[in-house]
Design a protein around this ligand. Structure first.
Ligand code: G3H
Length: 239
C-alpha cells in the first residue's frame, strides 16, 4: 500500500474470527481488518488470535494488507502505547488506534508516547465522525510518524458516517490528510449506496463491517454481502 492517490478506494473488511478472515481473503479484499465488533467500535482480538491471523495471512502470500484495532481506550499515553505495542508485537503490519478528544491538549503526550512505535510499525489514527473531531489534529499525526488517518463512527446506533458529516466536510478531511501524505480511510456503518459518493472523494479505502453481515455488525460475515460490496467497489486495487 502506498500513499499515491488511488483511482478508486480499496476495500477494508473487518472480520471477527479466523473463519471470517478466510472468507475475506477468498473474496480478495484489500485490507483484512481484525476487529471484535462485540467489544465496541475498535474492539480488539486477543494477542494469540492476532498471531494466528498473521500466520494465516503470510501463508496465503500476504495479499493486500492486514490491520488490527487496539481496543477502545481513553486518551491516555500509557494505555494507548501498551495496547498498540501489544498489537504490533504480533506482526500485524497496520495498527489502528482510536483517538477520542475532549481536551486537545491531551493529544501531544499521547503522540510522544507512540512516536517510537511509529518508526517500526504503520500506525493508523482513527477519528470518530460522531465526536466532531477537529481536522487541525491531522498534521500532528503526520508529524508523529503515523502512516494514515481514517474516520469511523463510535456509536454504531447513531447513524452512519454521512449522517454526521456531509460530503464537503469529508472532502476536506481527505484533502487535509492527503496534503500530509497520509493514507486515508472512511468508515462508519457504510452501506452499498454510500460507496459512489464516498469513492468520488478518492480516499485510499472504505471500511465496512455492518453491511457485510446479515443481522448487524456483531452477527456473522455474509459472503454474498461481502461480494456485493467488493463488486460495487470494483475488486482489489491496493498492492
Ligand atoms: O473499520 C471499519 C469498521 O469496522 C466499520 O464498521 P461498521 O461498518 O459496522 O461501522
Amino acid at each position: 500500500m502506498t500513499a499515491h492517490v488511488p483511482t478508486r478506494p480499496g476495500l477494508l473488511a473487518s472480520v471477527a474470527t479466523l473463519d471470517e478472515m478466510r472468507v475475506a481473503l477468498s473474496a480478495g479484499v484489500d485490507i483484512v481488518d481484525l476487529k471484535n465488533p462485540a467489544e465496541g467500535a475498535l474492539g480488539a482480538w486477543a494477542p494469540d488470535a492476532l498471531s494466528e491471523a498473521v500466520a494465516l495471512w503470510r501463508a496465503a502470500g500476504a495479499p493486500g494488507s492486514l490491520s488490527a484495532t487496539v481496543g477502545d481506550h481513553p486518551l491516555d499515553p500509557d494505555l494507548l502505547r501498551a495496547a498498540a505495542e501489544r498489537t504490533a508485537a504480533t506482526g500485524v503490519p497496520l495498527v489502528k488506534i482510536g483517538f477520542t478528544f475532549g481536551d486537545g491538549a491531551r493529544l501531544p503526550p499521547v503522540l510522544d508516547a507512540l512516536r517510537p512505535l511509529a518508526r517500526e510499525t504503520r500506525l493508523i489514527a482513527v477519528l470518530f465522525a460522531d465526536q466532531a473531531p477537529d481536522f487541525a489534529v491531522v498534521p500532528q499525526f503526520a508529524a508523529a510518524g503515523f502512516h494514515g488517518v481514517m474516520l469511523d463512527t463510535a456509536d454504531k446506533a447513531a447513524g452512519g458516517l454521512l449522517a454526521h458529516m456531509g460530503v464537503e466536510t469529508l472532502a476536506r478531511f481527505v484533502a487535509t490528510a492527503r496534503a500530509e501524505r497520509l493514507i486515508t480511510g472512511l468508515a462508519g456503518s457504510l452501506k452499498v449506496a454510500d460507496i459512489a459518493p464516498l469513492a468520488a472523494l478518492r480516499p485510499h479505502y472504505l471500511g465496512f463491517r455492518g453491511a457485510l453481515c446479515a443481522e448487524g455488525r456483531t452477527s456473522a460475515l455474509d459472503p454474498l454481502r461481502l461480494a456485493a460490496v467488493r463488486d460495487t467497489l470494483g475488486g482489489r486495487i491496493l498492492a
